[in-house]
Design a binder for this molecule. Structure first.
Ligand code: HAM
Length: 418
């Protein structure tokens, strides 16, 4: 038997209804806030991700599914969606009429991480991106949308963490003081951190190794190094969140696992998913449009880990076993042909229907009706056809009524609503 790829999963009927409910709720909310759907390919040229996410990140260093195609072009299954949306924004000049554009996209991403609860190799994200707005009010709107979505889905135990990563003006200063600090604790850092210290010291702040976390307790805060404009924007963000009653925690160690960020970054964390505590993450990436060959336009966005959100969302009120309205049991070829036409007509009229298309006894068809937990069974045989009527049996009460074939769909509908 050929099994699923490790870290990939099927989403089966019975589970998928909760995914559908979450997707519907998220789409309705995003569209109310003016976001338009954009669909991007799941594969891109590898260079798009290495240039945007950054060479020294875990994603690019060790997690991408990258392979040459038959012509030798290096392709990668998307590990995230932001880079592709930026590529699309530039390639189709979506900024031409108005640089301010808001997009959302939902779909699978691929990272070859070690699978565990809440961490998969194919996982799904709900992404939202705002282009062309350089005010922190856009960041506040994104965090507000996240908080609203989680509350609409009755997800509790989530907390918004925010930080600022500064900009090209002030970050070099911070990197300098960070590097000075790191050299004092060098011996206590893991080999990855030591390797990264020179090339990308911010990454060290993100290390999950307990000894590194301990060594960094006294690490300087980037918030103390912000230039006046970054500082002002961070204040705007905090004030806006306060006015919107969105609780937040300022987290000076929040640096995110992708290199394109500047200024505001945020994560929504939960205590309910063990080590994989981030349900959503995002932030501002003002330099990325330009880095990828577009105009110098700011941008900000988030991605929700859909799989993690499903694990946190209570499924009460989700109709994951919609009961069949009618099972059509037909006896004989002529009846079956008619029953088939009627079942198509029932389906069109919004009556959920099943029938047995094989040549089986009434007894075995009734068994199937019970298996489906059908509310009613419509029985049609040669005798019924001659009489111009069929039998509708209520499976709970066992009551049977005779229904005229003339105007059948309407007649059945009337019975179902009784
Ligand atoms: P990210 O933090 O890499 O950001 O991913 C966002 C969310 O995707 C995470 O918080 C987590 O919930 C989920 N996630 C990531 N990896 C996995 C995995 N292996 N299994 C299950 N869930 C996972 C980004 O991807 C950025 N593109 C977000 C963004 C959009 N920034 C600006 N715009």
């Amino acid at each position: 038997m050929i099994q699923l790829i490790r870290g990939f999963k099927d989403i089966l009927p019975g589970e998928v209804e909760l995914w559908q409910k979450i997707e519907k709720t998220a789409v309705a909310l995003l569209e109310d806030f003016g976001f338009k759907e954009i669909r991007i390919p799941i594969m891109e040229r590898t260079e798009l991700f290495t240039r945007s996410i950054g060479e020294d990140t875990d994603i690019v260093e060790k997690e991408m599914y990258t392979f040459p195609d038959r012509k030798g072009d290096l392709l990668t299954l998307r590990p995230e969606a932001t880079a592709s949306i930026v590529r699309s924004y530039i390639q189709h000049k979506l900024y031409a009429k108005d640089p301010v554009r808001k997009f959302y996209t939902i779909g699978p991403m691929f990272r070859r991480e070690r699978p565990q609860k809440g961490r998969y190799r194919q996982f799904h994200q709900i992404n939202a991106e705002i282009f062309g707005v350089d005010s922190a009010l856009a960041d506040a709107q994104l965090i507000f949308i996240l908080a609203t979505l989680f509350s609409r889905l009755s997800v509790t135990d989530v907390e918004s963490h925010i930080n600022s990563l500064g900009c090209p003006v002030c970050r070099p200063n911070f990197k300098k003081s960070l590097n000075e600090f790191l050299s004092t604790v060098k011996d206590r850092l893991c080999s990855d951190c030591n390797r990264r210290q020179t090339r990308n010291p911010l990454r060290v702040l993100d290390c999950k190794v307990p000894a590194c976390k301990e060594a960094l307790e006294e690490v300087p805060s980037i918030l103390d190094s912000l230039c006046p404009e970054c500082h002002r924007q961070f204040e705007i963000l905090k004030n806006a969140l306060e006015r919107l009653n969105v609780p937040y925690v300022v987290d000076k160690r929040l640096v995110r696992g992708l290199d394109y960020y500047s200024r505001a970054t945020f994560e929504v964390k939960t205590g309910l998913l063990g080590a994989q505590d981030a349900v959503a993450g995002g932030g501002r990436y003002d330099g990325l449009v330009k880095t990828l060959g577009g105009p110098d336009l700011p941008a900000t966005g988030f991605a929700i880990g859909f799989d993690r959100l499903v694990e946190l969302t209570p499924d009460s009120g989700v109709d994951n076993a919609r009961q069949l309205d009618i099972f059509v049991a037909a006896l004989g070829e002529k009846s079956r042909a008619l029953a088939f036409e009627w079942s198509c007509a029932f389906g069109l009229a919004g009556i959920q229907v099943e029938m047995d298309m094989g040549d089986r006894s009434l007894k075995s068809q009734m068994k199937r009706a019970n298996k489906f937990a059908a509310k009613h069974t419509l029985i049609v045989g040669e005798k019924e056809l001659e009489q111009g009527s069929v039998i509708l049996r209520n499976m709970a009460t066992k009551d049977q009524v005779s229904i005229p074939i003339e105007g059948l769909v309407e007649n059945v509908k009337a019975q179902l609503t009784m």
